[in-house]
Ligand binder design. Structure first.
Ligand SMILES: [Zn+2]
Length: 283
């Protein structure tokens, strides 16, 4: 227990917990009305209090964490605001997360998109549940949504976005964590980057026929330093591998991508180009 919490407890142990009135009528003189105010299922972040059982945390949360008392997941969010000075950080229940997301989407004019992606998520959840005969996990659902998204993007020849979806897959695998598969996918992203992916223009709802899908020349074949950093972390620390093993994994993954989406560079060519790059981690 933190010092502040101990003090608070000492000072309040003999007096009953002060109750705040359930709802404060909005003041008529307030010029800007907050979009959302603290309600049931939310606590101010700085109060370090569980929104479910009201147990005190040692310190305010910085991100999602299970409550040590009731063991339920507590999320950290910012309430929607129009003026930054009204911004309030809160610890919230799972139910409130959704309410806050909806309020943000309405405020940002992305509500329709939000509803669509929620619908896609629910449809995928149901589909997998039927196929597998058991409830899929959040990461299973996200994984299959990304697979589906990539098929659409390949048809639309949006290779930059295809590459981004592949990156999300690598990131998801890192989080679960499945480091070996994550490394494989990061190497795949690297291979796509070396091929210089383009988002082909759409004309009358169709990709432009003469559009260039990939251009592996400079400066299109841009390598993001963040990707290299992650690959190095994975190969050195998470799933330690020899130089030769990393090269083989790269060639194998690149080979599959090369066949499935017809990237211009062969895996070997791409590896040679990588070695010439400043960003290359070395042998
Ligand atoms: Zn709790």
């Amino acid at each position: 227990m933190g010092l502040f919490q101990s003090l608070k407890k000492m000072l309040t142990q003999d007096t009953p917990k002060q109750q705040t009135p359930p709802s404060t009528p909005p003041s008529k003189t307030t010029p800007t009305k907050p979009v959302m105010t603290i309600e049931e299922g939310m606590t101010r972040l700085e109060d370090a209090e569980c929104p479910y059982c009201h147990a005190n945390f040692d310190k305010p949360l910085t991100r999602k964490k299970a409550c040590p008392e009731c063991k339920r997941d507590v999320y950290v969010r910012t309430l929607p605001y129009t003026d930054e000075k009204d911004s309030v950080r809160v610890a919230v229940t799972e139910e409130q997360v959704e309410k806050i997301e909806i309020a943000w989407a309405k405020l940002n004019g992305t509500y329709e998109e939000y509803v669509k992606s929620k619908q896609r998520y629910e449809n995928m959840k149901e589909k997998l549940h039927k196929q597998w005969g058991k409830e899929p996990s959040e990461s299973d659902i996200e994984w299959h949504l990304l697979m589906e998204e990539r098929i659409e993007l390949a048809n639309e020849r949006k290779w930059g976005l295809y590459r981004n979806a592949t990156l999300k897959m690598a990131e998801n695998l890192y989080k679960i964590p499945k480091y070996d598969l994550s490394l494989r996918h990061y190497l795949g992203v690297l291979y796509i980057d070396l091929n210089g992916p383009n988002n082909v223009m759409t004309i009358d709802g169709k990709p432009y026929e003469d559009g260039v899908d990939f251009d592996p020349t400079e400066p299109n074949a841009f390598i993001a330093p963040g990707i290299i950093k992650r690959i190095v972390l994975l190969k050195d620390k998470r799933v330690p591998m020899s130089h030769e093993e990393v090269r083989e994994l790269f060639l194998d993954e690149a080979g599959q991508i090369h066949t499935s989406i017809r990237t211009p560079l062969s895996p070997e060519e791409a590896w040679e180009r990588l070695k010439e790059k400043e960003e290359y981690w070395g042998d």
